[in-house]
Design a protein around this ligand. Structure first.
Ligand SMILES: C[S@@+](CC[C@H](N)C(=O)[O-])C[C@H]1O[C@@H](n2cnc3c(N)ncnc32)[C@H](O)[C@@H]1O
Length: 183
């Protein structure tokens, strides 16, 4: 029997229950799920989780270590998010987790697929080594999500050489209900 459990990201450990409650039974997406360390944590909180990644090998290994039969609430879909179209419709998910994989072309899809009241939890890779080359510019994500989301956490840290404007970001943002905010 396995003794070491996969450790979810700090953000998921801290705010997972908030995201799970707000999802209210709707599925939560783990975008670029990797081993599923975050998905499994949310599953254990009671969520139905859809794990998406171009390579599901690590998730499958983790699932088999966890239990013999894959539970119905832990689903997976293999997809190359760079090359293939976004497969989820409008307001079809109750939460989105996007940790250590940043693909800005997905941001409008996060906005449309997330139901009002649902949370987006996003964490970039840490700022070590040459990571700053793939990290967002300061303010980039605030602009990308500011129209449709309320930020409950927006933590940024400047990284890389002084001459570059890269930051690491941790975001917990709640999808606004546009009908309500118009009144
Ligand atoms: C650094 S891992 C992060 C995994 C997970 N989110 C976590 O926090 O442990 C990045 C993941 O992105 C996935 N990935 C990379 N490019 C992808 C693509 N084009 N489409 C879908 N998944 C991709 C990789 O397979 C890998 O599992």
């Amino acid at each position: 029997m396995r003794v070491d459990k996969p450790v979810p990201s700090v953000l998921v450990r801290r705010f997972g229950s908030r995201l799970a409650d707000a999802a209210a039974g709707m599925p939560v997406l783990d975008v670029a799920c990797g081993s599923g360390r975050n998905a499994i944590f949310l599953f254990q909180l009671g969520c139905t989780v859809i794990c998406i990644d171009r390579d599901l090998t690590r998730l499958r290994t983790e699932q088999h270590t966890m239990c013999n039969e894959v539970p119905a609430r832990l689903r997976s879909q293999q997809i190359d998010l760079v090359k293939e179209p976004w497969p989820f419709g409008a307001c079809t998910v109750g939460g989105i987790v996007n940790v250590h994989f940043l693909l800005p072309k997905l941001f409008p899809f996060f906005e449309s697929s997330l139901s009002p009241g649902g949370y987006l939890m996003l964490e970039t890779v840490p700022g070590c080594g040459g990571n700053y080359l793939e990290l967002p510019r300061a303010g980039e994500l605030r602009v990308a999500f500011g129209k449709a989301f309320d930020f409950e956490l927006y933590k940024k840290r400047k990284v890389g050489p002084m001459s570059c404007d890269a930051v690491t970001i941790q975001i917990l943002a709640r999808r606004r209900n546009e009908k309500l905010s118009r009144h």
